[in-house]
Design a protein around this ligand. Sequence first.
Ligand SMILES: CC(C)(COP(=O)(O)OP(=O)(O)OC[C@H]1O[C@@H](n2cnc3c(N)ncnc32)[C@H](O)[C@@H]1OP(=O)(O)O)[C@@H](O)C(=O)NCCC(=O)NCCS
Length: 159
Amino acid sequence: MATAPQHLPMPEPVLRPMREDDVPAVVQAERDSYAFPWSEPVFRDCLRVGYLCRVLEIDHRFAGYGILSTGAGEAHILNVCVRPEHRCRGLGRRLVVGLFDLARAAGAEDLFLEVRPSNTTAIRLYQSLGLSQVGLRRGYYQAANGREDAIVMRLRLVP
Ligand SMILES: CC(C)(COP(=O)(O)OP(=O)(O)OC[C@H]1O[C@@H](n2cnc3c(N)ncnc32)[C@H](O)[C@@H]1OP(=O)(O)O)[C@@H](O)C(=O)NCCC(=O)NCCS
């Protein structure tokens, strides 16, 4: 009788700078994750203007990405995404914490992001990492039946 397969520990995730040749995988993950995905030119613009664009890899395989803008003591998480098949394994948390570290290294004192009120998974993740709601942008997002508000969340990065 064959031995039962061993449950191997998950390899250590790696967060590395996004490259131009990552964009097709990023766009595919975006389309697989959002009802109103960003287009390919938007991601290419993010790279061109120098936003901090990162790819999350697990075992050398593309698993997700994050995009951060920084300036004037503030950082804004513009996009965070884990491919559907890699979710619920702690990778979203690792990705967001990695973006916090980048923001601190860039000298940001506060970090902001917007999230749909319907995205309870992301809201729970952000709250568990210390972000809290500081505002609401009315009708900020496209939605199937009109527009959806954005919850604005903030984290103080320095004591
Ligand atoms: C939000 C997202 C990045 C989370 O990625 P993930 O790898 O599944 O997250 P993690 O496994 O690190 O889970 C982190 C926390 O998220 C929450 N969470 C994750 N999956 C959840 C689920 N199915 N239901 C409820 N909460 C969930 C939990 O609070 C979890 O913490 P816990 O594991 O301590 O309970 C992922 O769902 C995603 O890419 N969604 C599509 C894109 C998106 O909505 N991005 C955010 C835009 S603001």
